[in-house]
Design a protein around this ligand. Structure first.
Ligand SMILES: NC(=O)c1ccc[n+]([C@@H]2O[C@H](COP(=O)([O-])OP(=O)(O)OC[C@H]3O[C@@H](n4cnc5c(N)ncnc54)[C@H](O)[C@@H]3O)[C@@H](O)[C@H]2O)c1
Length: 452
Protein backbone atom coordinates (compact mmCIF):
# COMPACT_ATOMS: atom_id res chain seq x y z
CA UNK A 1 0.00 0.00 0.00
CA UNK A 2 1.31 3.44 -0.88
CA UNK A 3 0.87 6.03 1.83
CA UNK A 4 0.68 9.48 0.27
CA UNK A 5 2.33 12.30 2.18
CA UNK A 6 2.04 15.59 0.41
CA UNK A 7 2.12 19.09 1.78
CA UNK A 8 -1.64 19.15 2.42
CA UNK A 9 -1.46 15.92 4.45
CA UNK A 10 1.44 17.28 6.37
CA UNK A 11 -0.48 20.43 7.28
CA UNK A 12 -3.55 18.43 8.17
CA UNK A 13 -1.67 15.95 10.30
CA UNK A 14 0.81 18.11 12.14
CA UNK A 15 -0.23 20.07 15.18
CA UNK A 16 1.30 23.36 16.25
CA UNK A 17 4.17 23.14 13.79
CA UNK A 18 1.65 22.72 11.01
CA UNK A 19 -0.21 25.86 12.03
CA UNK A 20 2.97 27.94 11.80
CA UNK A 21 3.70 26.47 8.39
CA UNK A 22 0.16 27.07 7.17
CA UNK A 23 0.50 30.73 8.02
CA UNK A 24 3.86 30.86 6.22
CA UNK A 25 2.37 28.89 3.34
CA UNK A 26 -0.44 31.42 2.87
CA UNK A 27 1.93 34.31 2.63
CA UNK A 28 4.30 32.43 0.38
CA UNK A 29 1.73 30.95 -1.97
CA UNK A 30 1.09 34.37 -3.41
CA UNK A 31 4.79 34.92 -3.92
CA UNK A 32 5.42 31.63 -5.69
CA UNK A 33 2.59 32.26 -8.12
CA UNK A 34 4.16 35.63 -8.86
CA UNK A 35 7.57 34.04 -9.27
CA UNK A 36 6.41 32.21 -12.38
CA UNK A 37 6.48 35.45 -14.32
CA UNK A 38 9.70 36.75 -12.80
CA UNK A 39 12.87 36.31 -14.80
CA UNK A 40 14.75 35.16 -11.73
CA UNK A 41 12.48 32.10 -11.51
CA UNK A 42 11.29 31.45 -15.04
CA UNK A 43 8.64 28.90 -15.89
CA UNK A 44 11.13 26.15 -16.51
CA UNK A 45 12.08 26.33 -12.85
CA UNK A 46 15.71 27.33 -13.22
CA UNK A 47 16.82 30.16 -11.00
CA UNK A 48 19.08 32.52 -12.90
CA UNK A 49 20.27 35.70 -11.31
CA UNK A 50 22.29 38.65 -12.55
CA UNK A 51 26.04 37.99 -12.59
CA UNK A 52 27.74 39.15 -9.40
CA UNK A 53 31.21 40.45 -10.12
CA UNK A 54 32.46 40.32 -6.56
CA UNK A 55 30.70 37.83 -4.33
CA UNK A 56 30.48 39.14 -0.75
CA UNK A 57 30.18 36.22 1.63
CA UNK A 58 29.15 35.75 5.24
CA UNK A 59 30.21 32.35 6.61
CA UNK A 60 28.38 30.68 9.50
CA UNK A 61 29.81 27.62 11.30
CA UNK A 62 33.53 27.39 10.76
CA UNK A 63 34.34 24.06 12.40
CA UNK A 64 35.91 21.07 10.66
CA UNK A 65 34.16 21.29 7.32
CA UNK A 66 33.52 25.04 7.37
CA UNK A 67 37.20 25.95 7.67
CA UNK A 68 37.97 23.83 4.58
CA UNK A 69 35.32 25.66 2.58
CA UNK A 70 36.53 29.00 3.89
CA UNK A 71 40.05 28.26 2.66
CA UNK A 72 38.71 27.14 -0.74
CA UNK A 73 36.64 30.29 -1.16
CA UNK A 74 39.61 32.49 -0.31
CA UNK A 75 41.57 30.91 -3.17
CA UNK A 76 38.93 31.95 -5.70
CA UNK A 77 38.85 35.13 -7.74
CA UNK A 78 36.04 37.60 -7.08
CA UNK A 79 35.34 36.54 -3.52
CA UNK A 80 35.25 38.80 -0.48
CA UNK A 81 34.73 37.40 3.01
CA UNK A 82 32.87 40.18 4.79
CA UNK A 83 31.71 38.36 7.92
CA UNK A 84 32.18 35.15 9.86
CA UNK A 85 29.91 33.76 12.55
CA UNK A 86 30.57 30.94 15.01
CA UNK A 87 29.37 30.44 18.56
CA UNK A 88 32.73 28.88 19.45
CA UNK A 89 35.17 31.72 20.19
CA UNK A 90 38.23 29.68 19.15
CA UNK A 91 36.66 28.75 15.79
CA UNK A 92 35.56 32.33 15.23
CA UNK A 93 39.03 33.73 15.91
CA UNK A 94 40.62 31.05 13.74
CA UNK A 95 38.28 32.01 10.88
CA UNK A 96 39.22 35.68 11.16
CA UNK A 97 42.89 34.72 11.02
CA UNK A 98 42.35 32.47 7.98
CA UNK A 99 40.76 35.39 6.12
CA UNK A 100 43.52 37.82 7.11
CA UNK A 101 46.21 35.32 6.18
CA UNK A 102 44.69 35.13 2.71
CA UNK A 103 45.30 38.86 2.35
CA UNK A 104 41.77 40.13 2.91
CA UNK A 105 40.74 42.66 5.59
CA UNK A 106 39.57 41.14 8.87
CA UNK A 107 35.91 40.13 8.46
CA UNK A 108 33.33 41.25 11.02
CA UNK A 109 32.93 38.51 13.60
CA UNK A 110 29.60 37.28 14.97
CA UNK A 111 28.45 34.46 17.18
CA UNK A 112 29.29 36.03 20.54
CA UNK A 113 25.57 36.48 21.21
CA UNK A 114 24.60 32.84 20.77
CA UNK A 115 22.97 30.48 18.32
CA UNK A 116 20.86 33.12 16.57
CA UNK A 117 23.61 35.67 16.14
CA UNK A 118 23.72 34.81 12.43
CA UNK A 119 20.62 37.02 12.22
CA UNK A 120 22.66 40.04 13.34
CA UNK A 121 25.25 39.16 10.69
CA UNK A 122 22.55 39.05 8.00
CA UNK A 123 20.88 42.24 9.24
CA UNK A 124 24.04 44.31 9.47
CA UNK A 125 25.87 43.35 6.29
CA UNK A 126 25.16 43.58 2.59
CA UNK A 127 26.09 40.13 1.37
CA UNK A 128 25.53 38.14 -1.80
CA UNK A 129 25.93 34.74 -0.19
CA UNK A 130 25.57 33.21 3.23
CA UNK A 131 27.51 29.95 3.41
CA UNK A 132 26.58 27.68 6.23
CA UNK A 133 28.43 24.71 7.72
CA UNK A 134 26.74 24.48 11.11
CA UNK A 135 25.10 21.36 12.62
CA UNK A 136 22.05 20.08 10.72
CA UNK A 137 19.32 21.67 12.80
CA UNK A 138 20.53 25.16 11.85
CA UNK A 139 20.73 24.64 8.09
CA UNK A 140 17.23 25.66 7.09
CA UNK A 141 16.80 28.43 9.71
CA UNK A 142 20.05 30.06 8.56
CA UNK A 143 19.36 29.62 4.82
CA UNK A 144 15.84 31.01 5.04
CA UNK A 145 16.94 33.98 7.13
CA UNK A 146 19.73 34.66 4.64
CA UNK A 147 17.31 34.60 1.69
CA UNK A 148 14.84 36.81 3.52
CA UNK A 149 17.55 39.40 4.15
CA UNK A 150 18.73 39.45 0.54
CA UNK A 151 21.47 36.82 0.19
CA UNK A 152 21.73 33.60 -1.69
CA UNK A 153 22.26 30.63 0.60
CA UNK A 154 24.55 27.62 0.38
CA UNK A 155 24.54 25.00 3.06
CA UNK A 156 26.40 21.89 4.01
CA UNK A 157 24.41 18.66 3.91
CA UNK A 158 21.68 17.79 4.68
CA UNK A 159 20.17 21.21 3.90
CA UNK A 160 16.83 20.30 5.51
CA UNK A 161 15.91 17.60 7.99
CA UNK A 162 12.10 17.70 7.85
CA UNK A 163 9.60 17.88 4.99
CA UNK A 164 8.41 21.18 6.39
CA UNK A 165 11.94 22.54 6.07
CA UNK A 166 12.27 21.21 2.51
CA UNK A 167 9.15 23.10 1.47
CA UNK A 168 10.27 26.18 3.35
CA UNK A 169 13.56 26.39 1.41
CA UNK A 170 11.64 26.08 -1.88
CA UNK A 171 9.09 28.68 -0.92
CA UNK A 172 11.65 31.18 0.33
CA UNK A 173 13.84 30.69 -2.76
CA UNK A 174 10.83 31.34 -4.98
CA UNK A 175 9.54 34.24 -2.92
CA UNK A 176 12.86 36.04 -2.53
CA UNK A 177 14.27 34.85 -5.89
CA UNK A 178 17.42 33.50 -4.32
CA UNK A 179 19.47 30.40 -4.77
CA UNK A 180 19.39 27.93 -1.90
CA UNK A 181 21.97 25.25 -2.54
CA UNK A 182 22.54 21.99 -0.71
CA UNK A 183 26.30 21.67 -1.19
CA UNK A 184 26.81 18.00 -2.08
CA UNK A 185 30.54 17.64 -2.65
CA UNK A 186 30.32 14.02 -3.89
CA UNK A 187 28.77 15.31 -7.13
CA UNK A 188 32.29 16.53 -7.90
CA UNK A 189 34.38 13.50 -6.95
CA UNK A 190 36.55 12.30 -9.86
CA UNK A 191 34.82 8.95 -10.34
CA UNK A 192 31.34 10.40 -9.99
CA UNK A 193 32.21 13.05 -12.59
CA UNK A 194 33.61 10.38 -14.91
CA UNK A 195 30.46 8.28 -14.51
CA UNK A 196 28.27 11.34 -15.05
CA UNK A 197 30.00 11.98 -18.37
CA UNK A 198 29.67 8.29 -19.33
CA UNK A 199 25.94 8.46 -18.52
CA UNK A 200 25.51 11.55 -20.68
CA UNK A 201 27.50 9.97 -23.56
CA UNK A 202 25.10 7.00 -23.49
CA UNK A 203 27.69 4.40 -22.42
CA UNK A 204 25.18 2.70 -20.09
CA UNK A 205 22.20 3.03 -22.44
CA UNK A 206 18.91 3.75 -20.73
CA UNK A 207 19.42 3.82 -16.97
CA UNK A 208 17.62 1.12 -15.00
CA UNK A 209 19.00 0.95 -11.51
CA UNK A 210 21.43 2.58 -9.10
CA UNK A 211 22.86 1.86 -5.68
CA UNK A 212 24.50 4.34 -3.40
CA UNK A 213 24.72 5.44 0.19
CA UNK A 214 26.74 6.62 3.11
CA UNK A 215 28.54 3.69 4.70
CA UNK A 216 30.95 5.18 7.19
CA UNK A 217 31.83 3.91 10.64
CA UNK A 218 31.12 7.14 12.54
CA UNK A 219 31.18 5.71 16.06
CA UNK A 220 34.43 7.54 16.80
CA UNK A 221 33.03 10.83 15.51
CA UNK A 222 29.65 10.51 17.17
CA UNK A 223 31.16 9.90 20.62
CA UNK A 224 34.52 11.59 20.24
CA UNK A 225 34.36 14.85 22.15
CA UNK A 226 37.37 16.08 20.22
CA UNK A 227 35.49 16.13 16.93
CA UNK A 228 31.94 17.14 17.86
CA UNK A 229 32.18 18.91 21.22
CA UNK A 230 28.43 18.96 21.91
CA UNK A 231 27.54 15.51 20.59
CA UNK A 232 25.30 17.23 18.08
CA UNK A 233 25.62 14.44 15.56
CA UNK A 234 24.96 11.74 18.14
CA UNK A 235 21.74 13.48 19.17
CA UNK A 236 20.19 12.83 15.75
CA UNK A 237 20.98 9.12 16.11
CA UNK A 238 19.32 9.08 19.52
CA UNK A 239 16.13 10.65 18.21
CA UNK A 240 15.59 9.37 14.66
CA UNK A 241 15.44 6.07 12.82
CA UNK A 242 15.94 7.21 9.24
CA UNK A 243 18.46 7.61 6.47
CA UNK A 244 20.01 10.63 8.17
CA UNK A 245 22.51 11.44 5.41
CA UNK A 246 21.14 10.52 1.98
CA UNK A 247 22.75 13.13 -0.26
CA UNK A 248 26.30 11.74 -0.64
CA UNK A 249 24.83 8.97 -2.78
CA UNK A 250 21.68 10.64 -4.06
CA UNK A 251 23.46 13.81 -5.21
CA UNK A 252 25.29 12.22 -8.12
CA UNK A 253 22.60 9.61 -8.84
CA UNK A 254 19.93 12.34 -9.02
CA UNK A 255 21.97 14.22 -11.60
CA UNK A 256 22.57 11.08 -13.68
CA UNK A 257 18.88 10.13 -13.56
CA UNK A 258 17.63 13.71 -14.18
CA UNK A 259 15.67 13.82 -10.93
CA UNK A 260 13.55 17.03 -10.77
CA UNK A 261 14.58 17.55 -14.43
CA UNK A 262 12.49 15.20 -16.57
CA UNK A 263 12.27 12.55 -13.88
CA UNK A 264 11.38 12.47 -10.20
CA UNK A 265 11.25 10.29 -7.14
CA UNK A 266 7.78 8.69 -7.02
CA UNK A 267 7.69 6.62 -3.86
CA UNK A 268 10.03 4.84 -1.49
CA UNK A 269 10.17 2.09 1.07
CA UNK A 270 12.69 1.86 3.91
CA UNK A 271 13.88 -0.89 6.21
CA UNK A 272 16.09 -0.58 9.21
CA UNK A 273 17.93 -3.20 11.21
CA UNK A 274 18.01 -3.28 14.98
CA UNK A 275 20.08 -0.61 16.72
CA UNK A 276 23.16 -2.06 18.39
CA UNK A 277 26.42 -0.33 17.50
CA UNK A 278 26.04 2.92 19.42
CA UNK A 279 25.06 1.31 22.72
CA UNK A 280 27.90 -1.21 22.44
CA UNK A 281 30.32 1.62 21.70
CA UNK A 282 29.05 3.69 24.64
CA UNK A 283 29.50 0.72 27.02
CA UNK A 284 33.01 0.14 25.68
CA UNK A 285 34.02 3.78 26.05
CA UNK A 286 32.30 4.83 29.26
CA UNK A 287 31.21 1.68 31.13
CA UNK A 288 27.74 0.20 31.47
CA UNK A 289 26.54 2.72 34.07
CA UNK A 290 27.15 5.81 31.97
CA UNK A 291 24.00 7.64 30.76
CA UNK A 292 25.08 7.13 27.13
CA UNK A 293 25.37 3.38 27.77
CA UNK A 294 21.83 3.39 29.11
CA UNK A 295 20.48 5.47 26.23
CA UNK A 296 18.19 3.86 23.67
CA UNK A 297 19.36 4.85 20.22
CA UNK A 298 16.58 5.15 17.66
CA UNK A 299 18.80 4.81 14.61
CA UNK A 300 19.02 1.30 13.19
CA UNK A 301 22.57 0.25 12.36
CA UNK A 302 21.76 -0.27 8.67
CA UNK A 303 18.93 1.58 6.93
CA UNK A 304 18.07 0.56 3.37
CA UNK A 305 15.70 2.58 1.22
CA UNK A 306 14.44 1.70 -2.26
CA UNK A 307 13.21 4.64 -4.31
CA UNK A 308 11.12 4.18 -7.45
CA UNK A 309 11.47 6.92 -10.06
CA UNK A 310 8.93 8.24 -12.54
CA UNK A 311 10.86 6.60 -15.40
CA UNK A 312 10.55 3.23 -13.68
CA UNK A 313 14.09 3.00 -12.29
CA UNK A 314 15.01 1.80 -8.81
CA UNK A 315 17.59 3.32 -6.46
CA UNK A 316 18.85 1.49 -3.39
CA UNK A 317 20.20 3.96 -0.81
CA UNK A 318 21.98 2.74 2.31
CA UNK A 319 22.82 4.52 5.55
CA UNK A 320 25.26 2.53 7.67
CA UNK A 321 27.24 4.47 10.29
CA UNK A 322 27.22 2.52 13.58
CA UNK A 323 29.31 -0.60 13.05
CA UNK A 324 32.84 -1.50 11.96
CA UNK A 325 33.33 -1.26 8.21
CA UNK A 326 35.52 0.48 5.62
CA UNK A 327 34.20 3.71 4.12
CA UNK A 328 31.99 3.37 1.05
CA UNK A 329 29.33 5.16 -0.94
CA UNK A 330 28.67 1.87 -2.76
CA UNK A 331 27.99 3.42 -6.14
CA UNK A 332 26.40 1.20 -8.78
CA UNK A 333 24.93 2.58 -11.98
CA UNK A 334 23.29 0.16 -14.35
CA UNK A 335 21.62 0.59 -17.71
CA UNK A 336 20.52 -1.38 -20.76
CA UNK A 337 24.08 -1.38 -22.16
CA UNK A 338 26.23 -1.98 -19.10
CA UNK A 339 27.07 -0.99 -15.57
CA UNK A 340 29.80 0.44 -13.38
CA UNK A 341 30.58 0.34 -9.69
CA UNK A 342 32.72 2.18 -7.18
CA UNK A 343 33.84 0.83 -3.77
CA UNK A 344 35.76 -1.13 -2.93
CA UNK A 345 37.20 -1.07 -6.45
CA UNK A 346 36.18 0.80 -9.60
CA UNK A 347 34.92 -1.36 -12.44
CA UNK A 348 32.92 -1.14 -15.63
CA UNK A 349 31.25 -3.88 -17.63
CA UNK A 350 29.25 -4.19 -20.83
CA UNK A 351 29.17 -7.98 -20.78
CA UNK A 352 30.11 -10.90 -18.58
CA UNK A 353 33.46 -9.54 -17.38
CA UNK A 354 34.54 -6.54 -15.36
CA UNK A 355 37.18 -4.16 -16.64
CA UNK A 356 38.94 -1.38 -14.76
CA UNK A 357 36.97 1.84 -14.87
CA UNK A 358 40.29 3.66 -15.17
CA UNK A 359 40.40 2.46 -18.81
CA UNK A 360 37.39 4.68 -19.58
CA UNK A 361 39.07 7.78 -18.25
CA UNK A 362 40.99 8.75 -21.34
CA UNK A 363 37.79 9.01 -23.35
CA UNK A 364 35.27 10.08 -20.70
CA UNK A 365 37.15 12.12 -18.08
CA UNK A 366 34.83 14.98 -17.16
CA UNK A 367 36.01 18.31 -18.66
CA UNK A 368 35.54 20.06 -15.30
CA UNK A 369 37.82 17.59 -13.55
CA UNK A 370 40.34 17.80 -16.35
CA UNK A 371 40.43 21.58 -16.06
CA UNK A 372 40.58 21.72 -12.25
CA UNK A 373 42.57 18.57 -11.44
CA UNK A 374 45.72 20.44 -10.55
CA UNK A 375 44.05 23.38 -8.79
CA UNK A 376 41.91 21.12 -6.62
CA UNK A 377 44.79 18.98 -5.41
CA UNK A 378 45.23 19.03 -1.65
CA UNK A 379 41.75 20.49 -0.98
CA UNK A 380 39.22 18.65 1.23
CA UNK A 381 37.95 15.15 0.36
CA UNK A 382 40.37 14.53 -2.49
CA UNK A 383 39.76 17.92 -4.10
CA UNK A 384 36.01 17.58 -4.64
CA UNK A 385 35.21 20.26 -2.05
CA UNK A 386 37.27 22.77 -4.02
CA UNK A 387 35.50 21.94 -7.30
CA UNK A 388 32.08 22.31 -5.67
CA UNK A 389 33.03 25.71 -4.20
CA UNK A 390 34.53 26.72 -7.52
CA UNK A 391 31.28 25.89 -9.36
CA UNK A 392 29.17 27.74 -6.78
CA UNK A 393 31.17 30.93 -7.21
CA UNK A 394 31.48 30.49 -10.98
CA UNK A 395 27.70 30.23 -11.37
CA UNK A 396 27.10 33.26 -9.14
CA UNK A 397 29.69 35.34 -10.97
CA UNK A 398 28.40 34.34 -14.39
CA UNK A 399 24.67 34.41 -13.64
CA UNK A 400 24.30 30.74 -14.52
CA UNK A 401 21.89 28.22 -13.02
CA UNK A 402 23.31 26.05 -10.26
CA UNK A 403 24.32 22.43 -10.90
CA UNK A 404 22.06 21.43 -8.03
CA UNK A 405 19.38 23.90 -7.03
CA UNK A 406 16.74 24.31 -4.34
CA UNK A 407 14.43 21.72 -5.92
CA UNK A 408 17.24 19.15 -6.15
CA UNK A 409 18.15 19.84 -2.55
CA UNK A 410 14.58 19.47 -1.30
CA UNK A 411 14.08 16.27 -3.27
CA UNK A 412 17.24 14.62 -1.83
CA UNK A 413 16.85 15.98 1.68
CA UNK A 414 13.23 14.84 1.90
CA UNK A 415 14.49 11.24 1.96
CA UNK A 416 15.52 11.78 5.60
CA UNK A 417 11.92 12.20 6.71
CA UNK A 418 10.31 9.93 4.12
CA UNK A 419 12.53 7.01 5.13
CA UNK A 420 11.70 7.70 8.77
CA UNK A 421 7.98 7.63 7.99
CA UNK A 422 8.26 4.43 6.00
CA UNK A 423 10.12 2.66 8.81
CA UNK A 424 7.71 3.97 11.42
CA UNK A 425 4.77 2.73 9.36
CA UNK A 426 6.11 -0.83 9.19
CA UNK A 427 8.00 -0.35 5.89
CA UNK A 428 5.03 1.13 4.07
CA UNK A 429 5.55 2.70 0.70
CA UNK A 430 5.60 6.49 1.05
CA UNK A 431 4.86 8.96 -1.74
CA UNK A 432 7.64 11.50 -2.50
CA UNK A 433 6.48 15.13 -2.74
CA UNK A 434 7.03 17.01 -5.99
CA UNK A 435 8.82 20.13 -4.79
CA UNK A 436 8.87 21.56 -8.33
CA UNK A 437 5.04 21.53 -8.44
CA UNK A 438 5.06 20.04 -11.92
CA UNK A 439 8.07 21.92 -13.31
CA UNK A 440 10.13 18.70 -13.28
CA UNK A 441 8.51 17.94 -16.64
CA UNK A 442 10.18 20.92 -18.33
CA UNK A 443 13.31 21.49 -16.27
CA UNK A 444 16.45 20.74 -18.21
CA UNK A 445 18.92 18.03 -17.12
CA UNK A 446 22.27 19.16 -15.70
CA UNK A 447 24.67 19.49 -18.63
CA UNK A 448 28.31 18.44 -18.80
CA UNK A 449 29.89 21.80 -18.14
CA UNK A 450 33.25 22.56 -19.70
CA UNK A 451 33.67 26.28 -19.00
CA UNK A 452 35.86 27.14 -16.06
N1 LIG B 1 30.20 17.17 2.70
C1 LIG B 1 31.04 16.53 3.50
O1 LIG B 1 31.83 15.71 3.07
C2 LIG B 1 31.00 16.86 4.94
C3 LIG B 1 32.04 16.45 5.81
C4 LIG B 1 31.97 16.83 7.15
C5 LIG B 1 30.89 17.56 7.61
N2 LIG B 1 29.91 17.92 6.74
C6 LIG B 1 28.75 18.70 7.19
O2 LIG B 1 29.22 20.00 7.57
C7 LIG B 1 28.42 20.48 8.64
C8 LIG B 1 29.33 20.83 9.80
O3 LIG B 1 30.03 19.67 10.19
P1 LIG B 1 31.42 19.76 10.91
O4 LIG B 1 32.01 18.42 10.87
O5 LIG B 1 32.23 20.91 10.38
O6 LIG B 1 30.92 20.10 12.40
P2 LIG B 1 31.63 20.97 13.50
O7 LIG B 1 30.92 20.71 14.76
O8 LIG B 1 33.11 20.77 13.43
O9 LIG B 1 31.37 22.47 13.02
C9 LIG B 1 30.17 23.14 13.24
C10 LIG B 1 30.53 24.57 13.63
O10 LIG B 1 29.34 25.31 13.74
C11 LIG B 1 29.40 26.10 14.92
N3 LIG B 1 28.02 26.38 15.31
C12 LIG B 1 27.12 25.53 15.86
N4 LIG B 1 25.92 26.12 15.96
C13 LIG B 1 26.07 27.38 15.47
C14 LIG B 1 25.19 28.48 15.30
N5 LIG B 1 23.91 28.42 15.62
N6 LIG B 1 25.70 29.63 14.79
C15 LIG B 1 27.01 29.72 14.45
N7 LIG B 1 27.86 28.70 14.58
C16 LIG B 1 27.41 27.55 15.07
C17 LIG B 1 30.18 25.26 15.90
O11 LIG B 1 30.75 26.04 16.93
C18 LIG B 1 31.24 24.68 14.97
O12 LIG B 1 32.36 25.53 14.83
C19 LIG B 1 27.41 19.39 8.95
O13 LIG B 1 26.25 19.66 8.25
C20 LIG B 1 28.05 18.14 8.38
O14 LIG B 1 27.10 17.18 8.02
C21 LIG B 1 29.95 17.58 5.44
Amino acid sequence: MTKKYDRRDFLKNSGAAGIGLAIGGMVLKKASAKSLINTATPQDGHFINKPIERVRIGFVGIGNQGSGHLRNLLRLEGVELVAVCDIHAGHRDRAVKIVEKAGQPAPKAYGQKGIEDYKRMCDENKMDLVYNATPWEFHTPICTYAMKTGSHAATEIPGSITIEECWKTVEYAEKFKKHCITMENCNYDSTELLLFNMVRQGVFGELLHAECGYLHDLRGWKFGEAYYPHDWRLQHSIRRNADLYPTHGLGPISQWMDITRGNKFEHLTSFSTQSRGLKLEAIKRYGKDHPLAKTDYALGDVVNTVIKTNRGQTILVTHDTNSPRPYSRRIVIQGTKGLARKYPDEKYSSGHKWQDLEEMKEKYDHPLKKALREKSQGAGHGGMDFIEDYRLIYCLRNGEPMDSDVYDGASMNSVVTLSERSIAAGNSSVQCPDFTRGKWKVRKPVPIVDKV
